[in-house]
Design a protein around this ligand. Sequence first.
Ligand SMILES: Cc1ncc(COP(=O)(O)O)c(C=O)c1O
Length: 371
Amino acid sequence: MPKKEAQAILPAYPSIETLAPYQIGKPIEELTREMGVTDVIKLASNENPYGSSPRVTLAITQELDKLARYPDGNGFGLKQKLADFYEVSPNQVTLGNGANDILDLLARSFVGHKDAMVYSQFAFIVYGILAKAQGALGIEVPAVHFAHDLAAMQQAVVKNTQTKMVFIANPNNPTGTVLEIEEVRNFIANIPPSVLVVIDEAYVEYCPAANHRALLDEFANVVIVRTFSKAYGLAGLRIGYALSSESVAEMLNRVRQPFNVSRLGLAAATAAIDDTAFIERSNQLNIEQRRWLGSQFDALGLGFIKSAANFIMVEIDNASSINQALLAQGVIVRPLQNYGLDNWLRVSVGTPEDNLRLIDTLRSILNNDAL
Ligand SMILES: Cc1ncc(COP(=O)(O)O)c(C=O)c1O
């Protein structure tokens, strides 16, 4: 049956018909397949360039003879570990197939199609996708200097009485901007307690100052979302989690799929959380390399946003053509047209070798002007 006809017979929910899907960072295998480039580096998805803790490998190996069995659908061991780590009850922890699964569960549990969700311009694009998926009103509040404008967001929440959820990405992806705990505390204190405040701390291990765990004890309407995909180096296994009140966790638990975290994911995350030295080292290397990249962008005369995370947004004319030229040389970064940031690229902070290659390749492209 021709595609058009199928659409007419099976119309999707109206807001989904107009929904632009999430654009992932180009996988290395795809670039090789499409352009025949084999020596590829990927600086496009903010993964940990140093891999994951050796403890993860051991933990996974010990699970390999149990793969025929479903995982523990309640994630008892990992929840207990996270509960001890954050000094909360295991009943306040929800596990997900990545933080994205958690964000999805939150939207599905608390936002209906006449409701509204508030988030900042240039905030993680998934928030807008969730609003559309729910058929809800997505209210995007203009950013100031690429950062969340909490005063304007507060006004938007108060003005739109149908607001059920507000997202704060801290540090924010793709801008790398960060909010102090006092600003966020003040924001929450000035919105109705019936609005759920989702603080997305996917990059918090790279920015300990963005740890707003304390707010969980102060406000019942706070949810903190985190992931093992970034500093823990487990993006391929898909494990994220939420810390919330017990009653919010109870709702998420009703909606989630029975086995939403895999056996290998549970084992890996439980082992990874113990290796604090690995996280500290990753953080330290990230700080050094982020600083180095900044100095190189300065030397190339490129503007960039000061970042608190493991990526940097860099301003560049002809970003789209530069991106293509980088791809042809086997360097994958992230174009940001879908954020309305046509003259910007986001680069993940890689290993010293990867960063050197990025800068050398970029310099030769810019000098050559061969676009
Ligand atoms: C701000 C933010 N939140 C959440 C996620 C989702 O991470 P994951 O689903 O891999 O845990 C990402 C990933 O890029 C992110 O940048």
